[in-house]
Design a protein around this ligand. Structure first.
Ligand code: GTP
Ligand code: MG
Length: 275
């Protein structure tokens, strides 16, 4: 989705379950408006209420998508009896298949996948792409326009997303947690922006941002902070750089760590965290 709209809206990380919400990206032109909706990946055996909520975002797309665009990595042969594939075969709207990461695979492997998926999933279009190198992605928008139903624009032409700046700030911080902290730790983390205030400093305009990092155990809190606060300092400085680029402004970022035991299974916490 980022490659198609030319903005970095959805956070990216090699760890699975990076995307936890449904994020809209709106692409408008003189004659069209396409609303992309990035979702989490489907989780087969949800262990937490949070993951059930993530799956609900996926299920929601079956209600309202005008086109399904499924992204599968080349060479990833998901079992054909997988419930999601079965469901995708039955969708009434056009199904696009995007075979991603072509930069890592040979032409032979890519061709074999095109053949395999056209036989077993029967999408109306298949796009071998490298989202990383923006290769093969330029054709997609034109084809989407051919298959999309006509209708009035839902959003103002200058609106890029349905999410707030606060939301993206929290996502950027979470993205840095995913790359800085090991193994399971990032999965127990949620970010809440508690202050977002435009101000001025000696050097000119600045945005003051405070954010709470929630985790579900005291031991994790100390890991997040690190020895002499080194880990959280590094987190703050990496996140601030990306937030400044995203907001195109200087930023002062304050991070605090809090413990909320079992938040991933707590309905009111989940609601508060925007699930
Ligand atoms: N080599 C290569 N890597 C890619 C490409 N596209 C994405 N990646 C990498 O694949 C990993 C996963 O990317 P994400 O955007 O987080 O994938 P996702 O499908 O949204 O995954 P979740 O949000 O976790 O469900 C990241 O490490 C990306 O850098 C590509 O075209 N080529
Ligand atoms: Mg994602």
């Amino acid at each position: 989705m980022n490659a198609l709209i030319g903005e970095r809206l959805s956070i990216i990380n090699r760890k699975p379950q990076t995307t936890r919400h449904r994020i809209l990206a709106i692409l408008s032109d003189e004659n069209f408006q396409i609303v992309f909706s990035d979702t989490p990946g489907f989780i087969d055996d949800p262990a937490y209420q949070m993951q059930e909520e993530m799956n609900k975002y996926v299920k929601g797309t079956f209600e309202d998508a005008d086109i399904f665009m499924v992204v599968i990595e080349v060479g990833h042969r998901i079992p054909l009896d997988h419930s999601l594939l079965q469901k995708l075969k039955l969708v009434k709207v056009p199904l696009f298949l995007v075979l991603n990461k072509t930069d890592l695979y040979s032409d032979k492997e890519i061709l074999s996948d095109i053949q395999y998926w056209s036989e077993h999933l029967n999408p109306v279009e298949i796009f071998p792409v490298s989202a990383l190198n923006k290769k093969g992605t330029d054709k997609i928008v034109n084809l989407l326009l051919q298959y999309l139903p006509e209708g009035p624009a839902y959003y103002p032409k200058d609106q890029l997303t349905d999410r707030s700046e606060r939301f993206f700030v929290s996502e950027i911080i979470r993205e840095k947690c995913l790359s800085l902290y090991k193994q399971e730790l990032p999965y127990s983390i949620e970010i809440v922006v508690t202050r977002f205030k435009h101000g001025t400093s000696k050097k000119g305009p600045i945005i003051f941002i405070d954010a709470d990092i929630y985790t579900d155990r005291q031991t994790q809190k100390s890991i997040i902070i690190g020895k002499h606060g080194q880990a959280i300092k590094r987190l703050g400085s990496l996140a601030r750089k990306d937030i400044e680029a995203f907001l195109d402004s200087r930023v002062h970022l304050e991070l605090r760590v809090k413990v909320k035991e079992g938040w991933r299974n707590n309905q009111s916490s989940l609601k508060r965290f925007g699930y």
